[in-house]
Design a protein. Structure first.
Length: 330
């Protein structure tokens, strides 16, 4: 497909962080000053994950009151609408925005309010994924997850675990997600971004419906086969993973390997602003770099719909939108 066709294609995004995807206009309005692109996005020669994470300081300042959170939810759906994303699951960590004036419940309700307005104005359907953080205590994370469970199906669609995977392995969070499972809340888990395949194995055992990144499965054919049979989604974020040096170069990135193994791969942006990317840009990149065919793009979009934490009627609408557009491109 051409770039214009990729932009026009109705798209589904499953792995997008709110704080890393705020527009420059939104950030300038909230801070009351001009902000350079260099302050918000990493350069092509980003050297490490630590350098990448430095870019979250400024957007984080914009998410510390209800107005900022409402406007952020609205802002990210507006950005997605501009490239024809028709369904998005946007994730964020409510505990990082808590203040003495704003508890976890108010944080979540503010983001839902903003995204509801975005859905109304732009027609982009959404689900919010609430992230437990690896550096927070089990008690803090469970408090947040039990509160967000109240909003499941009413803005919130799932839970996640994010943060420094190398310092805090999945084995330390099995009890937390055993409780989440008992609460009847679906979840995806960041796992295998840092190179430790055991985190993926533990995440599957915990009951994750999807795996965020999952690149440590490279070369582990039996594990790939197991996840393919179980239909577990793999949320791949190519440009971000190359920028953070999760892999050292394009040849090491296992997209082609995962597609050939029959895994339910979806393509995602991770952080639109920090990575200076869009879903159309990601799809164009994998076409050119890994020889991904139009049929494989169609398949990955179908995978995204199948593994989304959305109601069946929403999924059916998404399928019809895609089928109509794809038929016109044949």
């Amino acid at each position: 497909m051409t770039r214009d066709e990729l932009v026009a294609l109705p798209k589904v995004e499953l792995h997008c962080h709110l704080d890393g995807s705020l527009s420059r206009n939104f950030i300038e309005k909230r801070l009351g000053r001009k902000v350079s692109q260099e302050e918000l996005s990493v350069s092509d020669d980003c050297r490490s994950l630590n350098e990448y994470l430095e870019k979250f300081d400024i957007p984080g300042q914009c998410l510390m009151d209800e107005e900022g959170l409402r406007e952020a939810g609205y802002d990210v759906l507006r950005s997605m609408y501009q490239e024809n994303v028709c369904y998005a699951e946007v994730r964020f960590a409510p505990l990082l925005s808590e203040t003495s004036d704003m508890d976890c419940r108010k944080v979540i309700e503010a983001v839902i309010a903003g995204m509801n307005k975005g859905k109304q104005d732009f027609g982009v359907e959404y689900g919010i994924i609430t992230c437990a953080m690896r550096h927070h205590s089990a008690e803090e994370n469970l408090r947040m997850l039990q509160i967000t469970r109240e909003y499941l199906g009413d803005g919130v669609c799932a839970a996640d675990l994010a943060g420094a995977e190398a310092l805090y392995p999945m084995s330390e969070f099995m009890n937390v997600f055993e409780t989440v499972k008992k609460l009847g809340m679906p979840f995806t888990l960041h796992a295998g971004e840092c190179g430790n395949v055991q985190n993926i194995i533990d995440s599957v055992e915990a009951g994750a419906g999807r795996i965020g990144h999952g690149i440590a499965m490279r070369g582990h054919r039996e594990l790939q086969s197991e996840l393919a049979k179980k239909g577990i989604g793999i949320e791949m974020c190519p440009i971000s993973n190359l920028q953070t040096k999760a892999v050292q170069g394009t040849a090491e990135y296992p997209l082609r390997e995962f597609l050939d193994a029959g895994l339910k791969v979806s393509i995602n942006t991770d952080n639109r602003t920090v990575s200076n990317t869009s879903l159309a840009k990601e799809l164009e990149f994998v076409q050119k770099t890994y020889g991904v065919s139009d049929e494989e793009i169609r398949k990955m979009m179908q995978n995204a719909v199948e593994t989304a934490f959305a109601r069946d009627d929403v999924k059916e609408r998404l399928r019809k939108k895609m089928d109509i557009k794809l038929e016109s491109l044949r």
